[in-house]
Design a binder for this molecule. Structure first.
Ligand code: FAD
Length: 391
């Protein structure tokens, strides 16, 4: 991996070397394209993410050559929904995996370099210019194809036309070392803990750390004085379950990671004049509500669709149509479910009662809010996969 100003013009520039950017680069490099990935951070970083890997994400990561077990991923087979004083658990219907983005993103960029992509770290992309060039902290860069994979927030000059349909929450994430009894109680589960103004996801990741990732309304955060520690104290006062889990737990980050205005519900749809050779991937293209635990699966699937469109010479229109076909229905359903459940204790309590009466509802909701297995398999037959003999 290099930091020096690269000399030659690559065929494809990928702005952003996170999950989606690295995956796109791997599939394109395997397809014989000369690819340069430009990543802002010089070293791997923690990311705001629940770090739950769905079966789709796992299948795509396996195709990308990422060995989750070797990286220390932790299996998860059950989901536990908690609201008020009540909890209900159900099998996920598949084995999820849990791994820090710090490890996963680093492994993917290493795979991209191993596949032949040029990885430039410590370089900030400042804008996508009208002619498709990238303005970067190392100067302008140009290629035949530009892929934008810079995550949730808009890059100047890039695609985001609206803010999504649910963007009023703030996100926080931190790691904790739980007491042994709580670690044992949490093992094999992802817990969704609902509270007034939002919800938290809690699960173990590698090295026996627990990932606490939460979304909360701006009002609730303001009511806690705009401080994470006060917010956490107020959530523990509301949820005896969360208080029990975090009792005497050791915070492992100096301060939590935070994010605002995540554009949930967003699906990129290219207009008739959209340039054929500029494509957004990952959260630049689709943003599904986090409770589904499938944002990474969708991002990887989109990356593969984009790579397929580029390798087969089809470009943005074909990619946009495939993305709308595969991703939009799950995103619309997940957004609707999040709006229906709402953020108030009455609806949340009813949800837990309902799920207790009909435990299959959790599994059904998981099925309705993710990619269809046929879509993942069909994309596996495309050129991005064929170049590796996957299909
Ligand atoms: C609160 C929350 C919880 C979530 N939980 C889960 C979960 O449990 N499971 C799941 O599957 N999904 C989850 N997601 C979704 C998942 O995190 C995203 O879908 C995924 O990270 C998208 O990957 P990406 O590569 O598009 O963006 P990112 O992962 O954000 O990567 C973007 C990359 O681009 C780089 N970059 C950004 N700007 C620039 C720039 N200007 N120049 C150069 N480089 C730049 C960044 O440094 C980064 O490496 C969650 C999301 C949120 C907000």
């Amino acid at each position: 991996m290099s930091r020096a100003r690269p000399a030659a013009f690559p065929e494809v520039l990928v702005a952003g070397g996170g999950l989606a950017g690295a995956a796109t680069a791997i599939w394109l490099a395997r397809g014989g394209r000369q690819v340069r990935v430009i990543e802002r951070d010089l070293h791997p970083q923690h990311r705001i993410c629940g770090e739950f890997l769905s079966w789709e994400a796992q299948a795509l990561l396996a195709d990308l050559g990422v060995d989750l077990a070797a990286l220390g991923a932790v299996p998860i087979r059950h989901v536990r929904l908690v609201a008020g004083g009540r909890a209900v658990a159900a099998p996920l219907g598949f084995t999820g995996q849990s791994l820090t983005r710090h490890r996963l993103d680093a492994a993917l960029l290493e795979r991209a370099a191993a596949a032949g992509a040029e990885v430039v770290r410590g370089c900030q992309v400042r804008a996508l210019e009208p002619d498709g060039a990238l303005a970067t902290s190392l100067g302008p860069m140009q290629a035949d194809v530009t892929v934008v994979a810079t995550g949730k927030h808009a890059l100047r000059g890039a695609f985001r036309a609206h803010a999504g349909t649910l963007d009023h929450q703030l996100g926080f994430k931190s790691y904790f070392r739980l007491q042994p009894a709580m670690r044992e109680a949490l093992a094999d589960h992802v817990e969704l803990i609902l509270f007034s103004g939002g919800y938290a996801g809690l699960q173990l990741v590698e090295r026996q750390m627990a990932n606490l990732c939460l979304l909360v309304s701006a009002e609730r955060y303001r009511a806690a004085g705009g401080r994470f520690d006060s917010l956490l104290a107020s959530l523990c006062a509301e949820s005896a379950h969360l208080a029990r889990r975090l009792e005497a737990a050791l915070p492992l980050l100096d301060r939590p990671l935070a994010i605002s205005r995540v554009p949930y519900g967003y699906v990129w749809r290219p207009g008739p004049d959209a340039p054929a050779l500029r494509l957004p991937v990952g959260d630049q293209a689709t943003v599904i509500p986090s409770f589904t635990g499938d944002g990474m699966g969708l991002s990887l699937h989109g990356a593969r669709l984009a790579a397929t469109a580029i390798l087969s010479g089809q470009g943005a229109a074909a990619y946009g149509a495939a993305l709308a076909r595969d991703a939009a229905p799950a995103i619309a359903r997940a957004t609707l479910i999040q709006k229906l459940v709402g953020e108030g204790p009455v609806r949340q309590g009813r949800l837990v009662t309902l799920v207790r009466l009909v435990p299959g509802l959790l599994t059904l909701s998981a099925r309705l809010t993710r990619l269809r297995p046929e879509a993942v398999r069909a994309a596996a037959a495309g050129p991005a996969a064929r170049h590796r003999g996957y299909a």
